[in-house]
Write a protein that binds this ligand. Structure first.
Ligand SMILES: [Zn+2]
Length: 56
């Protein structure tokens, strides 16, 4: 395991949606990957980018 301090990493708030049942979820990329829908197991897709390139 390598230690990495990358808290300056660019964080994007993404809204993902299930194309099948319309279930929506907010994720934080790139820390979180686009998940599968908890309802029907379909690979979710990005519906909207809410915030982009937050740097501190
Ligand atoms: Zn679904």
């Amino acid at each position: 395991m390598e230690k990495r301090k990358e808290e300056k990493e660019e964080i994007m708030t993404l809204e993902v949606v299930c194309p099948k049942c319309g279930y929506k979820k907010i994720i934080y990329a790139p820390k979180e990957k686009i998940p599968k829908c908890p309802k029907c197991g379909t690979q979710m897709m990005i519906s909207e980018i809410l915030t982009e390139g937050k740097y501190y």
